[in-house]
Ligand binder design. Structure first.
Ligand code: UD1
Ligand code: MG
Length: 457
């Protein structure tokens, strides 16, 4: 079995500069989703027909599947789905008589592996296999024409369909498996005698019927095979996909205050008794340990959150590893390279980046902690800023254990504060502080008695 994925279409109805098949569902471009499923079938070869936006599509897919050996076929002019498959023909191996060619569409992204396996199993030297669905809104799709015996005899595109044919609600998903040895002759016989003046792949069904091959239609639920031609279908499919994910999470015992207001764009792995409030977005690889709670309006990307940790409302976390029983937010921002120990507290308006913070350390309000290694049980006061950037390079700040950084202090890196160092509020610390020392680095206060405030001239 070889797979041909059609992905060259202009996607005119999307009204977008981004090629249609690169629009994402659940954060993953549709073409990659189709490739994921194609690869899982271990075919002899995968051919992808690309046209508009080819370079972008190739770059993305080769990054995701560097070893898949995808055969890229460029269709310069988009003359129809039949033409697209014909362009792929020279690359097909087609050696065995019982080989089949599975046609997938880059804009039908949620097709499952098990359904495709059925489609393949129903294809044989004398049998074409189709995937169809009963559409609640059949407009825009090719209609499945069955003869009196109920056998599929043809597919008629919407624009070529009679009033009577338009009433048929069984539609073509576009996905089919075709006996390889028959394919060339049928494709060569295609013409453009239709309303769009294109070579329709769907016309080979009538040819197969005329050649007395059997046409097996597997009918599946429409949500699995619904195609994306416009933004409204993209939005519909996105909601359907998200509903599937949230259902799985609920089945696993995750508490979702509103399943319709959680979006997962990647893979999420939850422990027991995880609770997620409304308007949360989880992206990339996210792991939430036992008893983690995520407040409203949080975004968590590529991060691991330890058991019992509370992420309070409005918090943004990316590329972070967070220990157990920690409290973060509300409105904190943890950027890549943040590693928090157990029992830490990162409060409102605190930003961390590339910062390793030890057990029980706290930064409760308004601080920037960048390029830092901080020991256990430290306290970073309100308004503390770790100056990590000299205008050209980044430098590190190192704190031992039990260090106290007073409010509104500036730590100018590279600088080290040893165990039990204490920085007086409002200090500008530019040289190391030895263990157990107090650093006061600010102008001494001077009081002027009887001070008169200036008068307006
Ligand atoms: C197609 C089917 C229709 C089916 C529907 C399901 C045909 C003639 N029609 O219509 O029966 O109900 O899909 O979604 O096959 N493409 C190319 N090169 C081209 C034209 C298209 O690679 O020259 C690709 C597109 O990128 C897309 C796929 O083929 O991934 C389908 O093309 P599209 O224009 O969306 O066809 P539909 O009108 O949806
Ligand atoms: Mg389409």
């Amino acid at each position: 079995m070889e797979v041909v994925i059609l992905a060259a279409g202009k996607g005119t109805r999307m009204h977008s500069a981004l090629p249609k098949v690169l629009h994402p569902i659940g954060g993953r471009p549709m073409l990659l989703r189709v490739l994921d499923t194609a690869v899982s079938l271990s075919p002899n070869a995968i051919h992808v027909v690309v046209g508009v936006g080819a370079e972008q599509a190739i770059a993305l897919a080769e990054e995701a599947y560097p070893h898949a050996g995808i055969n890229w076929v460029t269709q310069k002019e988009q003359l129809g789905t039949g033409h697209a498959v014909r362009e792929a023909l020279p690359g097909l191996k087609q050696s065995d008589a019982d080989n089949s060619v599975l046609i997938l569409f880059g804009d039908v992204p949620l097709i499952s592996r098990s359904t495709l396996q059925q489609v393949i199993d129903h294809c044989g030297p004398e049998q074409v296999s189709l995937l169809t669905t009963r559409a609640s809104v059949p407009e825009g799709f090719g209609r499945i024409i069955r003869n009196r015996d109920g056998d599929v005899a043809a597919i008629v595109e919407e624009r070529d369909a009679s009033m009577e044919q338009k009433r048929i609600n069984e539609v073509n998903s576009g996905i089919m498996a075709i006996p390889a040895l028959r394919l060339r002759a049928w494709l060569d016989a295609l013409d453009t005698g239709n309303d769009q003046g294109e070579y329709y792949l769907t016309d080979i069904v009538a040819m197969a019927h005329a050649d007395e091959l059997r046409i097996r239609a597997t009918v599946v639920d429409e949500t699995e095979v619904i195609g994306v031609n416009n933004k409204s279908q993209l939005a519909f499919l996105e909601r359907h996909y998200q509903m599937g994910i949230t259902n799985t999470l609920l089945e696993q015992g995750v508490t979702l205050l509103d399943p319709a207001r959680l979006d997962v764009r990647g893979d999420v792995d939850c422990g027991r008794d995880v609770q997620i409030d409304v308007n949360v977005v989880l992206e990339g690889q996210v792991r939430l340990g036992d008893g983690v709670s995520v407040g409203a309006n949080c975004v968590i990307k590529d991060s691991t959150i330890g058991a019992g940790t509370k992420i309070l409302a409005g918090t943004h976390i990316e590329g972070a590893e967070i220990g157990k029983e920690t409290s973060i937010g509300p409105m904190a921002r943890l950027r890549p390279g943040t590693v928090l120990g157990d029992g830490c507290k990162i409060g409102n308006f605190v930003e961390t980046k590339n910062a390793v913070i030890g057990e029980g350390s706290k930064a409760n309000h308004l601080a920037y902690i960048g390029d830092a290694v901080i020991g256990d049980d430290c306290n970073i006061g309100a308004g503390a800023v770790f100056c990590n950037y000299d205008g050209a390079n980044k430098h590190q700040t190192t704190l031992g254990n039990h260090v106290f950084v007073g409010s509104n202090s500036v730590l100018i890196a590279p600088v080290t504060l040893e165990d039990n160092a204490f920085v007086a509020a409002g200090s500008s610390v530019s040289s190391d502080v030895p263990a157990g020392s107090l650093a006061v680095a600010r102008v001494k206060q001077r009081n002027v008695p009887g001070w008169k405030k200036p008068r307006k001239k």
